[in-house]
Design a protein around this ligand. Structure first.
Ligand SMILES: *Cc1c(COP(=O)(O)O)cnc(C)c1O
Length: 455
């Protein structure tokens, strides 16, 4: 066991060193090499060190360099050193954090993290916190609490009686809400398509003047950080209107909520603190390993009513029982990586990481604009959407960037236009990484568009 784990650590360290210089995208040969995994069901045992060797030799080259400094796809962070190492130790512990009795350490690290996170993000201290897989499940979990509360207020117990015959819930989102919100609504029986979608402005923000008149029971979903533009919905006015009508306000802040951890950026999210629930990702901007999302719910009773397994089934102690707050009963000890990330960086370190990523995004936007390309969004956070011309040109630039491998950027469609998106969310990214990536992107874009480079 000891030799095997040391072997894994050696391979992992070599991998992380290698992706700093390797192509950000796996080569076609490396992806074709995955054929080696497609063997018949092994009839007998393989030595564990040989298992690890195959995994590293075949698997490692076929990874995208998500843990690297120049991965700018999908708003994905890397894993902070302390968080990755803590995650390994926690895997060795093999704890099931569903109950305090089953794992006191996993349960209490969640409880400690809960207090730290609420303070860090500027959210109400009375919130209950749910440690889930990602923002999709965080949206689901918070909206399940919302469904409970708005129906309870009209005398309906949705957990006991389901939605058959229940009063109809009006659901409002912005037209630019993340697809995971619609998926969560679908899973909750609230429907992906019966939602009122409020039209948005050029940055994807809800247009307050077009917000509908509401009557309870109602749920309003706001967005803090549009996945393309990084923009924030106008929270103050909408939350006030929604609350006057008795609606529950939920916020999808998968990455945008982390602006609250920076004194420089907190003004972007401060108005959202008046909402009722919030979803965010720790595997995005807190830079912990996958999978790690968080739901924060002001009304603990509603969250527990939606998520508790029957009290009779499991013993309830005097401690916070983690499984009273999550869709899952058994799961991994997510609080450990989160605790380690916050402990290692502290408030100042997290603020510095977020501010540095936002400065990198501005540096990208300035460099691309100076080179004559069109940045389509106001760069308020860590997101840059850039167009190099018509759709086919943008497709060709994205293909060229992936083939070149200096950095990784994805294609997106922003308000009907095909474009390239750059998301800066890794603790590793420096100004040098931005400059190296900029020169590769600009060179490729000039080749595609046949623009002469300046003398
Ligand atoms: C990434 C993202 C999600 C989904 O998060 P997962 O962790 O992939 O489930 C939801 N909303 C927004 C705004 C996002 O950026």
């Amino acid at each position: 066991m000891e030799r095997l784990l040391a072997n894994a650590a050696t391979r992992a360290a070599a991998y992380l060193k290698g992706i700093q210089i390797r192509c950000a995208n796996p080569s076609p040969e490396a992806v074709a090499g995955l054929a080696a995994f497609w063997e018949p069901l092994p009839s007998g045992p393989t030595d564990p060190s040989a298992v690890l060797q195959i995994l590293d030799e075949v698997g490692s080259p076929a990874t995208t360099a998500m843990a690297g400094a120049r991965f700018f796809g999908f708003v994905m962070g890397g894993a902070l050193p302390a968080s990755l190492a803590a995650n390994w130790l926690a895997s060795a512990w093999d704890q099931n954090p569903g109950l305090h009795l089953a794992s006191p350490v996993a349960a209490e690290l969640e409880e400690v993290s809960q207090g730290w996170l609420l303070e860090l993000l500027g959210l109400p201290p009375e919130c209950a916190v749910s440690f889930v897989t990602g923002a999709t499940l965080a949206n689901f979990t918070a909206l399940a609490a919302a469904r409970n509360a708005v129906l309870r207020r009209v005398g309906w117990n949705v957990e006991a009686d389901g939605l058959f015959g229940a009063p109809e819930i009006t659901v409002v989102t912005g037209a630019e809400a993340h697809p995971s919100v619609f998926k969560a609504l679908g899973m909750l029986g609230l429907g992906r398509e019966r939602v009122i979608q409020v039209p948005v402005d050029s940055q994807g923000r809800m247009r307050t003047e077009l917000f509908p008149e509401l009557r309870a029971p109602a749920i309003v979903c706001l967005q803090a950080g549009n996945v393309n533009s990084g923009a924030f919905d106008p929270a103050a006015e909408i939350i006030e209107k929604a609350h006057e009508a008795g609606a529950w306000v939920h916020v999808d802040g998968a990455f945008g909520l982390w602006a609250g951890a920076s004194p420089e950026l907190a003004h972007l999210v401060s108005d959202f603190a008046a909402a009722d629930s919030w979803a965010t990702d720790a595997h995005k901007w807190l830079n912990v390993p996958y999978d790690s999302g968080l739901a924060f719910v002001r009304d603990e009773t509603a969250l527990r009513a939606a998520m508790s397994i029957s009290a009779a089934y499991l013993p309830q102690g005097e401690h916070r029982e983690p499984s009273n707050y999550t869709p899952e009963l058994s799961r991994r000890a997510r609080g450990v990586d989160i605790w380690a990330a916050v402990k290692s960086l502290g408030r100042a370190g997290i603020a510095a990481m977020i501010e540095s990523n936002c400065a990198s995004a501005r540096r990208f936007a300035e460099g691309l604009t100076a080179a004559g390309f069109e940045v389509l969004n106001e760069v308020v956070l860590n997101q840059v959407v850039v167009s190099f011309g018509l759709a086919a040109v943008n497709e060709a630039v994205v293909r060229g960037v992936l083939a070149d491998g200096t950095c990784w950027c994805g294609r997106t469609v922003w308000q009907g236009r095909t474009a390239m998106r750059i998301s800066v969310s890794s603790w590793r990214t420096t100004a040098d990484d931005v400059d190296l990536s900029l020169s590769a992107i600009i060179r490729i874009a000039r080749e595609v568009t046949n623009l002469p480079s300046p003398a």
